[in-house]
Write a protein that binds this ligand. Structure first.
Ligand code: URA
Length: 235
């Protein structure tokens, strides 16, 4: 098991036993997160709904279907991104309906999200909706006032000791219930697609350059310093 996957598994078992807020009493399953432990893209949303609570997997309902389509537009498959939420348990009303997260729940649960970010080390974080944007943006030095002011913009900063780009967009459910958000969210995912393209081109370029460097060195049979001889091409 690679280290990052191992750390995530350990953290997930911690969340399974969590009683930091009262949502443990009504949850069927925690919804920890899904995706590769070394994903370039991390999607951070709000909280599980009914379907997610039943299955223990993020975005399996109607909003999930839309998210999959939007991700497809960027050229990335859902399974290539790491998807998680601000809250790991479904927030419910006394009638067991979905409700928005409360500040004490966010405070109790976000240390788990911070650790997920530290482990996965994504280069790009896409926040869905106001709860994740208003949590992540201040962490990299930007203030959050409204979704209208930040959606589709590219914010660069340092998060938990790592350079990161953050692009906030609306929650897919907003586009499902109100068609006025549909165009905006689609346009935002085009911005996300272009950012991913830049990210992957940069890493391919770095890889290509170093491959070429090694070929040249092999041909010339150059005597390289030990530190360079033992270095592996950047992948
Ligand atoms: N909405 C969210 O914010 N997260 C999910 O996992 C599903 C729906």
């Amino acid at each position: 098991m690679n280290n990052r996957a191992g750390f995530l598994e350990k953290l997930e078992s911690e969340v399974e036993n969590c009683r930091r807020c009262s949502l443990y009493k009504t949850r069927t399953n925690i919804v920890f997160g899904a995706g590769p432990a070394n994903a370039e893209l991390m999607i951070v949303s709000e909280a599980p709904g009914f379907n997610e609570d039943q299955k223990g997997v993020p975005f399996v309902g109607a909003a999930g279907e839309l998210l999959n389509k939007l991700l497809k537009m960027t050229g990335l498959k859902r399974e290539e991104s790491y998807i998680c939420n601000i809250l790991k348990c479904r927030p419910v009303t006394s009638n067991l309906e979905n409700r928005p997260p409360r500040s004490e729940e966010i405070e109790a649960c976000t240390p788990f999200l911070d650790r997920q970010i530290e482990i996965v080390k994504p280069n790009l974080i896409v926040t869905l909706g106001r709860y994740s944007a208003s949590y992540i943006l201040p962490k990299i030095g930007y203030s959050f006032r409204s979704m209208a002011g930040v959606h589709g913009k590219t914010f660069r900063g340092c998060l938990l000791n790592k350079a990161v780009t953050v692009i906030p967009t609306y929650h897919p459910a907003a586009a499902l219930y109100n068609p006025k958000y549909k165009d905006a969210i689609e346009e935002d995912f085009r911005v996300i697609g272009r950012e991913l393209e830049k990210l992957f081109n940069t890493s391919r370029l770095r890889c290509g350059l170093s491959d070429r460097l090694w070929q040249v060195q092999e041909k010339k049979d150059m005597k390289l310093p030990r530190s360079i001889r033992s270095r592996q091409p950047i992948l």
